[in-house]
Design a protein around this ligand. Structure first.
Ligand code: KG4
Ligand code: ZN
Length: 370
């Protein structure tokens, strides 16, 4: 990517990304399309004792984190804050007050620095995180080879999206109840694992037999591409009620984890591959915390290969919520449109906690800050 289209003065080459949609505070810096630094402050240990994310605590942590994290980012990268030409902050969807902290912080920075600003759709950022490649990472949108399908699976979302171009998205399927990560976590809680339980199930599933206990594969053959995971959770609840001994013994506990994981993985894989085939799409990207699951990565890899689909999972570092993906999408949009979005000029200071991804293209500029 060349910098000849940079909308600001030549020496302003930095993009600051900010992410606060849930329980991770993250800031990242991009210089000329290359990621030069990222910091993530995870709040897992704070929420752990409550068994899930407590929105009020998350908000308070973001407020405490944002300024020190940003200062540290500039210190570590040697970046000069006055070289920031664009600030990109997550605008939605997510926890309202958590979003508000990062969005307002970002807008304030942009006003102070006379930089452009982009409010970014959180899922849109996940869509492209698989294409943050290289060392140091660059958003290689060229390698995105539109169109592609993306599976986004985390504690908060389960989404299958057809990506025709930057800003042109069609949601093919989503969960009608629990998100895939939420299902992992709730089932793990029933089994007595601490929050978040997904990684614990993953670890034990590796040594368990997935065929000892069989759990339902909800909606696997239904028309459309939606997902449902609450029935699986209920099935596990009843199973544990009727077989309390199953979690007492190490072997059966591992088999149980393997059986539960196999059900989730099979549903996610089957629906994703069905969607690729139906729409004739030969590229698949995948992101979100649950993509860290080894069974799911392997299954998507194997089944993609069988159907001649290129599989591009996000690297572990960019699977979970991070500001690099926010900065990267902000940068890509800014390069394409030549300016930031309209939010500052129109004094649109509000976040969008339930922002449909199909509408995120609207945020593209007809103007920018003047
Ligand atoms: O993307 P993320 O860090 O945060 C959001 O929810 O936005 O995803 C966290 C979710 C949790 O539900 C966690 O249990 C799940 O990702 N997760 C996993 C694994 N690692 C994280 N689930 C299954 N297997 C894993 N290895
Ligand atoms: Zn996320």
């Amino acid at each position: 990517m060349s910098d000849r289209n940079l909308p600001s003065e030549e020496n302003r080459r930095l993009v600051l990304g900010i992410e606060t949609s849930c329980d991770d505070s993250s800031v990242a810096l991009i210089r000329d399309g290359i990621l030069v630094g990222q910091l993530v402050s995870s709040q897992t240990t704070i929420h752990e004792e409550y068994g899930g994310v407590v929105p009020e605590l998350a908000t308070r942590q973001h407020l405490q984190n944002l300024l020190p994290l940003t200062t540290e980012l500039f210190r570590q990268t040697g970046g000069n804050i006055h070289d920031v030409a664009l600030v990109a902050a997550t605008r939605g969807p997510g926890l309202p007050n958590a979003l508000r902290t990062g969005f307002t912080f970002g807008q304030s920075m942009a006003i102070r620095l006379k930089a452009d600003f982009f409010g970014i759709h959180h899922h849109e950022a996940h869509l492209f995180s698989s294409f943050l490649n290289g060392n140091p990472p660059e958003l290689q949108l060229g390698s995105a080879h539109f169109p592609f399908i993306s599976l986004i699976v985390s504690g908060g979302h389960t989404l299958l999206v057809l990506v025709r171009d930057l800003g042109d998205y069609q949601v093919l399927g989503k969960t009608i109840d629990d998100a895939a990560g939420e299902c992992f976590d709730k089932v793990a809680k029933l089994m007595g694992f601490p929050y978040p339980g997904g990684p614990h199930i993953d670890a034990l599933a590796r040594i368990g037999n997935p065929n000892t206990y069989r759990f339902p594969r909800p909606m696997i053959n239904d028309p459309g591409f939606d997902f449902s995971f609450s029935g699986l959770k209920t099935a596990v609840r009843y199973f544990l009620r009727d077989h309390p001994g199953a979690i007492e013994h190490e072997d059966s506990r591992a088999d149980l984890c393997a059986g539960i994981q196999a059900a989730i993985v099979e549903v996610l894989t089957a629906r994703t591959i069905q969607a690729c085939r139906k729409f004739g799409i030969r590229r698949l990207s995948a992101a979100g915390g649950v993509i860290a699951n080894r069974g799911l990565r392997e299954s998507l890899e194997v089944h993609s290969g069988r159907h001649g689909i290129e599989f591009h999972p996000s690297s572990m570092e960019f699977c979970t919520d991070n500001a690099a993906m926010v900065a990267a999408v902000g940068y890509a949009k800014w390069m394409r449109h030549g300016r930031g979005d309209d939010s500052l000029r129109q004094l649109e200071t509000d976040i969008r906690p339930s922002w449909p991804i199909e509408e995120s293209g609207e945020a593209c500029p007809v103007g920018g800050m003047e």
